[in-house]
Design a protein around this ligand. Structure first.
Ligand SMILES: [Fe+2]
Length: 386
């Protein structure tokens, strides 16, 4: 059996990697880029910095900054219109996961028309939209190297999973400098998301030797540095490791898929507007504990890659240490329980059936080493309130 691996054509990694934007555009034969970003990136001056770098090479770029967290069909429409009305030949996607996910959708809809719903999974999108140069400003989503975007249908609250090589950025500029001023909360949430990507890719039923290598290296880079970047955002060594770790974790899960944590996390996000990394973090200890019996060796490998268990530890000991570490991490990074986040218990309990249904329908739980029944998913949701 063979595995298809899909990657960006170019990766630029390290301090000031974003300064390579004009060279990358040049090598693609593109001269009319549109920067797709959000208001925060404009406010922080990041969009202007990219424009300045372009200006040095006599290039200019318009800016579309109306992307929102958890992009919806409505939220991307004005971006689609802008692309249709303009003569852009490329897109620079600048920001966290949401601007990059928005840019992926705008690239396809801007060029080919139609509605987002037409492109959702199980359709595999192989059309080449406007080429995307992705510049992430968080170490977390891995969206710069994934062939996936998630756009919410605001009428049904459905998080539509869209995938295929058509959504893969042609280039990713992985510049940890852009994460140095990220607030501690976002640093923690996105960092735990990246750790979850690496773990889930490694235990996924779709894991391959290729994705294993990326996932293990991602855990080696992320686990020892997550606390460091949370407590000291200016720690460049730790930021650099987190940034590369996040990109490798993205490559791992894009080519092996995520699993039960992500499957259960999306409905919590959709119903209660919990940031993606936070709902993952809430679920990670309980879902890992549930899944370990079906993949004892794999989870023990995770514990060893994360540096919290030694080669001498038995697999069972390593897995006990893994659970303890995930709980300790949530505590230290101040991950709230659903109750502390402000979710109403009765409301949550009333949505259990719907959330379990949505989780299973997403397909991600089917990739988990232990595939849960709807009742088991409900039990796991309930455990968040114990
Ligand atoms: Fe994620």
């Amino acid at each position: 059996m063979s595995t298809q691996i899909i990657l960006p054509r170019m990766l630029q990694v390290g301090k000031d990697a974003s300064h390579a934007t004009p060279n990358i555009l040049e090598s693609l034969g593109c001269h009319r880029p549109l920067i797709i970003t959000d208001k925060m990136m404009v406010k922080l001056g990041y969009a202007e910095k990219i424009q300045a770098v372009l200006a040095e090479q006599n290039m200019s770029a318009d800016v579309f900054d109306d992307t929102v967290p958890e992009p919806t069909v409505a939220s991307i429409q004005s971006g689609v219109n802008k692309v249709r009305e303009g003569d852009y030949d490329s897109i620079i996607a600048l920001g966290g996961g949401s601007p990059i996910d928005s840019a992926k959708a705008i690239s396809i809809l801007g060029k080919f028309g139609g509605e987002m719903r037409d492109y959702k999974f199980p359709r595999v999108v192989t059309e080449a939209g406007l080429p995307i140069i992705a510049i992430p400003t968080t170490a977390g989503t891995g969206s710069e190297v994934t062939k996936v975007t998630i756009i919410t249908d605001e009428n049904t609250d459905e998080k539509m999973l869209c995938m295929g090589v058509g959504f893969m950025p042609v280039a990713a500029l992985v510049d940890y400098n852009l994460t140095l001023s990220l607030p501690a909360r976002t640093t923690a949430d996105t960092g735990i998301d990246a750790l979850t990507h690496a773990m889930e890719a490694y235990v996924s039923k779709k894991a391959s030797l290729y994705s294993d290598g990326q996932a293990l290296e991602a855990m080696r880079l992320i686990a020892p540095n997550l606390r460091r970047v949370y407590h000291d955002g200016a720690d460049e060594t730790a930021r650099e490791a987190m940034m590369l770790g996040s990109t490798l974790a993205g490559i791992a899960f894009s080519n092996a898929s995520v699993a039960l944590v992500h499957g259960m996390s999306r409905p919590i996000g959709a119903a209660f507007h919990v940031p993606h990394g936070l709902s993952n973090a809430m679920l990670l200890p309980a879902v890992t504990e549930y899944s370990i019996p079906a993949a004892v060796q794999r989870y023990a490998d995770c514990a060893r890659a994360m540096g919290i268990a030694s080669q001498q530890d038995s697999n069972d000991t390593a897995n006990e240490k893994l659970i303890a570490e995930l709980k300790a991490l949530n505590e230290e990074l101040k991950v709230p329980t659903p109750e502390e986040f402000g979710i109403d218990r009765t409301h949550f309990m009333g949505l259990l059936d719907t959330m379990a249904e949505q989780a299973i329908a997403s397909g991600s739980p089917g990739n988990n080493p232990r595939v849960p029944s709807p009742d088991e998913v409900i039990e796991l949701y309930k455990q968040l309130w114990d």
